[in-house]
Design a protein around this ligand. Structure first.
Ligand code: PLP
Length: 507
């Protein structure tokens, strides 16, 4: 059975099997058994009853988990055009490299982990070079954590400088939600800067808003519409004129990688998402990894530890003078750092220099295919995009009732993952598409054809599209109902079965 045929109603593992069914077991040595039984756990943490595990044959277990794996969809199955998430292909060699650190312990003596420290040191150097910053720390476990680290650095910087009343953080209205959330968590009042009709920061509004309470401005370039902020040098000048700090949200770095650097644009602090730009898999909010980098005196506020090299020895000794402290435990998310390391080595400097160009070519090729499709519209249609594009499906929704959500669901039926929808908030019925630099032309062609087909069908028979998906493991879900913790989740079903006494206990 494939994931297309599987049904959500199919049994959980707890609903399968029967009393006494087991897989092939190696007989347990009597002596070992005795030893195990002699290890006495404290009474209060000992299990009180039988272990509630299903009893199944090996065949049933294998079929169950293979079936579950086929119900999943990822970059290894097909295109994931999830805008802003940069779901590019992760070369498998990275997994081999990441597995090398499996046996290390974070408390190991530095002398015994020189190889890992060298990798961290090299990535710190490479990230500083790639971003045009002076120093980086690999402490951050995600983009949002990088933003929080960045705004905490900005806060401490103003405090150290005795800049009083710096309580406002400026955020572009196209920003990812984590930007205002991070600023608010650090105690800032968030001030949104509106975009102009071309989808770029409105310079006049920025000039009117900036004042001696401005702590900084959080921006990503290219922005989340995929547009390059061409006035970035002027933006930097405006922010620096009031001693503000310009923060770069590096989630969109793949759009410019190998072409330019945030440091050239006047940014002071940058976070890099290793789990997007450098092909580290991510999803469902983690596990990510990143670098937080700074320029000039702001390096003194970076989180520690930072790896240093003295006489060919690597140490975790560097604690910047006004460091905001630690953001992650131990070395950070080391397996992901190793994945990024092997990705960068695999491409080399020349390969890396194609990332920005290839992601831009892929996006603009897709735009050329969809730009004139009836039912879609585009802010600033004549501007080139970088790594992503946001179409509005509002014209289609107004004339047929078929929304961006319906298009996303219909794409699932056609073997594609859905694009990001309803973000950024300034575009109504937003479809945010990022083909990434790793999708072949044929796949981008097929994706564009799928969108055209959905839109044609929407004009002919909107109900058909509104009923999608029909070919997936899970059909159209009630968005509100699905978000409720006690509705249809597997955990709830297990609890219910236990209550009904339908789970067979393993003695
Ligand atoms: C533009 C932008 N900024 C920040 C983030 C947050 O990054 P992370 O998911 O690593 O926390 C995202 C995530 O998708 C993003 O797209």
């Amino acid at each position: 059975m494939t994931w297309r045929q599987a049904k959500w109603e199919e049994p959980l593992i707890f609903e399968m099997g029967n009393e006494g069914r087991v897989g092939t077991l190696v007989p347990i040595d009597e002596e070992i058994n005795k030893e195990i039984n002699e290890v006495q756990l404290p009474e209060k943490i000992r299990r009180k009853g039988d272990l509630e595990l299903p009893q199944l044959s090996e065949l049933e277990v294998v079929r169950h988990f293979i079936r579950l794996s086929q119900m999943n969809f990822g970059v290894d199955n097909g295109m994931v055009p999830l805008g802003s998430c940069t779901m590019k292909y992760n070369p498998k060699i990275e997994e081999v490299a990441a597995s090398f650190v499996e046996n290390l312990h974070p408390l190991q003596d530095e002398e015994t982990v020189q190889g890992v420290l060298e990798v961290i040191y090299r990535i710190q150097e490479w990230m500083a070079d790639i971003t045009g910053m002076d120093l980086c720390s690999l402490q951050i476990p995600a983009g949002a954590a990088g933003e929080l680290a960045g705004v905490l650095m900005i806060k401490k910087y103003h405090e150290t400088k005795n800049h009083i009343n710096r309580d406002e953080m400026l955020v572009a209205d196209t920003a990812h939600g984590t930007n205002p959330a991070s600023a608010a968590m650090a105690g800032y009042r968030v001030i949104y800067i509106k975009s102009n009709s071309e989808g770029l920061v409105d310079i006049d509004i920025l000039k009117e808003t900036v004042n001696d309470r401005t702590a900084g401005f959080m921006l990503t370039n290219p922005n989340t519409l995929g547009l390059f902020e061409e006035n970035i040098l002027e933006i930097a000048k405006i922010i620096h004129s009031v001693d503000g700090v310009l923060y770069y949200d590096g989630a969109n770095l793949n759009g410019i990688l190998g072409v330019t650097k945030p440091g050239y644009m006047g940014f002071d602090i940058v976070h890099v998402n290793l789990h997007k730009t450098f092909a580290v898999p991510h999803g469902g909010g983690g596990p990510g990894a990143g670098a937080i980098c700074a320029k000039g005196e702001l390096v003194n506020y970076l989180p520690y530890p930072i790896v240093e090299k003295h006489n060919e020895k690597y140490t975790l000794s560097k604690v910047p003078k006004y460091s905001i402290g630690k953001i992650a435990t131990y070395y950070g998310n080391i397996a992901n750092v190793i994945r990024a390391y092997s990705y960068i080595l695999g491409l080399g400097a020349e390969g890396l220099s194609y990332i920005g160009k290839m992601s831009t070519v892929a996006t603009n090729y897709l735009i050329a295919k969809l730009k004139d499709v009836k039912g879609l519209s585009l802010i600033a249609p004549n501007r080139f995009r970088k790594h992503e594009v946001v179409f509005s499906a509002k014209p289609l929704a107004v004339s047929t009732g078929v929304t961006a959500l319906d298009i996303a669901k219909a794409l699932l039926d056609r073997g594609f993952y859905a694009p990001t929808i309803y973000f950024p908030g300034i575009v109504e019925e937003a479809l945010m598409i990022e083909p990434t630099e790793t999708e072949p032309k044929e796949v981008i062609d097929a994706f564009a054809n799928a969108i055209k087909d959905i839109i044609n069908k929407a004009y002919e028979n909107p109900q058909e599209i509104q009923k999608t998906p029909q070919n997936t493991a899970v059909k159209r879900i009630d968005q509100v109902y699905a978000n409720h913790p006690t509705t249809i989740t597997p955990t709830y079903r297990v609890l219910k079965l236990r209550k009904l006494g339908k789970i067979t206990a393993l003695k």
